[in-house]
Design a protein around this ligand. Structure first.
Ligand code: ME8
Length: 683
């Protein structure tokens, strides 16, 4: 049988900084969607990766004193890098593309040439504005208050010989695609694209650069590198083997079923991307979904603003599944949402500890206590319930009435209808890319099941097992079955925890499937139940916030400490004049103390010979005790721009020698003869 294919992608991330919770949000959403489709039996291809070229990366690497490749290698493959983060977050991508992979680069060169040969790419001169952080070209009229309309940062003048893509040629076709199909979702993003970008007139797009070299060379015109967005967008096809031999499933998976992207890159995906595909005469992706941002204090997280939230810290403290769940449950996927630690903890406590966790632990504990861990034969669904369940599963509206509103048969029927109809409602939400609504449906059933416990008061029934034993067993069965169905549908969001849940309620592999989630009564009645570990322990808000603060402070200290060992950038020599600009001075330590809340930072008060004390923070507390350094004569570079660490200014950097011994890093401050006066210049 031919399985339905489903090809889904995340944006490929810029490895210019460590990824934050906003990046994690999009990847977790894509993962949940991919897992949902796999659960349904689709043949899924889930692609993610990294977008490694461009001026921003080149500049960052220069700043770090390493080659761009070494720089991105460290962020992508290094400890706590991109790949580590996706592993930690249990991301089930089938493929990972790096745009520095040879096969991708060779394919992009061919793509560029094809569009050039067709006449859709031509040579001209670019004159305008460029936003380096966004790698975006702008015209004067597009700027907002003279700044980049996407990120609000300063733009710079750019004038260079460049190749252009005839975007204007495709304006009408793109407008038609946006207005008359469901290509771009949510629908609200369509007006923005059409009114802000297409109607004012689409200008041809500059698609090559000459002022830097870190990109894919235009092979027929050395000196030009391909604009990073052309390079990046085609990743979705090269990763399937388009114009390369590395992979062989372009025919099988292309066009993509959906690209999940953040709202600020919708323009690239819904205007530029389809236009280039039209030029290449390639099929268009079926959907682009532009999700919202996670905001912190009302603003977008960004490393430069210093307000990023580290997913490692949250996952380590609260658990991967709790974090995955929180991201998908709390923020409507198409809109912005305000992130806060309090909200995270509150969601864990309300939904996971109280609602789901309690349902599982109460039910399994009662099956243990009243039935020794296994229900008796015959406690499963009765014929009326099966009939109701079937109607609910088919999406029929069912109105339940009973003469006595406290009739236990009514309670049973209400639970059965809610749980049996859940899969259909959930599927509708997932198919329209609304994971938050799908979770809402699941939690309505979880809440219904908790109410069912209170309605049936099993502890009262258990007082007379002889009379009430069969009824109590049926109640327990219904609870296990409702829990199981919810568990199956929560699997795409919390895969590891749901496996544990299934083990506790005795649901074997046949009861963990999509099919079984649509069939009430799939759980064998006599299944062995065991109350296991508490799946989602309650979090103490104050204590957790305190721990988080500490972990964040430690991480900030670690960031300020010696960098991970990187290959030096040996390709470029420093010219003599540049070298001479570095101002190294002898300094005397007047005072030294640990920085509160940081494990790594020491705060130095130094005499640099100028008559005014200089403060430098150094991440060396693992190597030296503060008091042993007082009075020492050290070397510092004093003309670096001041840097804030843990709220304190650091004006310069102390020089040390670093080496490795048996895999362990050793650091020695450079100490010089005490006879040398403070302020003496090294040259
Ligand atoms: O844009 N909340 O890479 P990127 C939600 N390389 N999503 C956020 C976010 C936040 N606070 N911050 C970032 C690029 N994102 C390009 C993509 S695809 C061919 C090339 C999302 O690392 C952002 O919206 O800057 C984007 O979708 C993704 O992270 C990658 O951002």
């Amino acid at each position: 049988m031919n399985r339905e294919k489903f090809y889904i992608t995340t944006p490929i991330y810029y490895p210019s900084d460590k990824l934050h919770i906003g990046h994690t949000y999009c990847t977790v959403a894509t993962d949940a969607m991919a897992r949902y489709k796999r659960l349904k039996g689709c043949d899924v291809m889930f692609l993610t990766g990294t977008d490694e070229h461009g001026q921003k990366i080149e500049d960052k690497a220069k700043e770090a004193g390493v080659s761009p490749k070494a720089f991105v290698d460290n962020i992508v493959e290094g400890p706590r890098g991109v790949k580590d983060l996706w592993k930690l977050m249990n991301i089930s991508n089938d493929r990972f593309i790096r745009t520095t992979d040879d096969y991708h680069m060779a394919s992009v060169q061919q793509i560029f040439k094809k569009m050039y040969e067709k006449g859709d790419i031509y040579k001209g001169t670019y004159k305008g504005k460029y936003c380096k952080p966004c790698e975006s070209f702008w015209t004067e009229s597009q700027l907002v208050d003279g700044k980049c309309p996407d990120c609000g940062r300063e733009v710079q003048d750019a004038e260079e010989e460049a190749y252009f893509f005839r975007l204007s040629k495709y304006a009408d076709r793109v407008q038609d695609l946006l207005e008359n199909t469901d290509f771009l979702q949510p629908r609200s993003r369509v007006n923005e694209m059409v009114n802000n970008f297409i109607k004012p007139g689409l200008e041809d797009l500059c698609v090559s650069r000459t002022s830097f070299t870190w990109g894919i060379p235009v092979d027929f015109d050395p000196g030009h590198v391909v604009y990073v967005w052309v390079d990046a967008l085609f990743n979705y096809t090269t990763a399937l083997g388009f114009l390369n031999d590395r992979y062989d499933d372009y025919a099988k998976y292309w066009p993509a079923d959906v690209h999940f992207v953040g709202k600020e890159i919708v323009r690239f995906h819904s205007i530029i991307w389809p236009a280039m595909l039209m030029s290449m005469e390639m099929p268009l992706p079926k959907h682009v979904f532009g999700h919202g941002w996670l905001l912190l204090d009302g603003g977008k997280m960004s490393k430069s603003k210093g307000n990023v939230v580290d997913p490692y810290i949250l996952a380590e403290q609260f658990g991967v599944d709790a974090l995955r769940f929180f991201l998908m449950r709390t923020f409507p996927f198409g809109s912005d949402g305000n992130f806060s630690n309090e909200l995270l903890i509150q969601t864990i406590n309300t939904d996971l500890a109280n609602d789901l966790g309690n349902l599982v632990s109460r039910t399994t504990a009662m099956v243990g206590k009243y039935f020794g861990g296994a229900l008796p034969q015959g406690c499963g669904p009765v014929a009326d319930e099966l009939a109701l369940a079937q109607m609910a599963a088919q999406g029929q509206q069912i109105s339940l009435q009973a003469a006595d509103p406290a009739d236990p048969v009514l309670f049973d029927a209400q639970l059965v209808v809610a749980a049996a109809g859940l899969r259909g409602a959930y599927e509708g939400c997932m198919e329209s890319f609304a994971p938050h609504k799908a979770l809402d449906e699941v939690f309505k059933v979880i809440q219904r099941a908790n109410k069912y416990i209170d309605e049936n008061t099993p502890w009262v029934l258990a007082k007379d097992m002889q009379a009430n034993g069969p009824r109590l067993a049926h109640v327990m069965y219904n609870l296990l079955e409702a829990t199981r169905i919810c568990g199956v549908l929560l699997t795409p969001f919390m895969p590891a925890s749901m496996d544990k849940l299934f083990d506790q309620i005795g649901a074997g592999s046949g009861c963990r499937t999509w099919e079984s989630a649509g069939v009430w009564g799939s759980l064998p009645p006599t299944t062995a139940v065991s109350k296991g570990e508490n799946l989602f322990p309650r979090v103490d808000l104050d204590k957790a916030l305190e721990q988080l603060e500490q972990a964040q402070a430690d991480a900030a200290g670690a960031d300020a400490g010696p960098a991970v060992e990187l290959e030096p950038w040996v390709e470029e020599n420093v010219d003599f004049d540049t070298f001479c600009k570095s101002d190294f001075r002898v300094v005397k330590v007047k005072a030294c103390e640990p920085v509160p809340k940081s494990k790594k930072l020491l705060r130095f008060t130094l005499d640099d010979g100028s008559g005014t004390d200089r403060q430098i923070l150094s991440g060396i507390a693992m190597y030296y005790k503060a008091e042993e350094l007082v009075g020492k004569t050290l070397v510092a570079i004093v003309n670096l721009p001041p840097r804030k660490m843990m709220g304190l200014d650091s004006c310069g950097m102390l020089i040390s020698a670093v080496h490795h011994e048996q895999g362990e890093e050793k650091l020695h401050l450079i100490m010089v003869d005490d006879a040398i006066p403070a302020g003496a210049k090294l040259c």
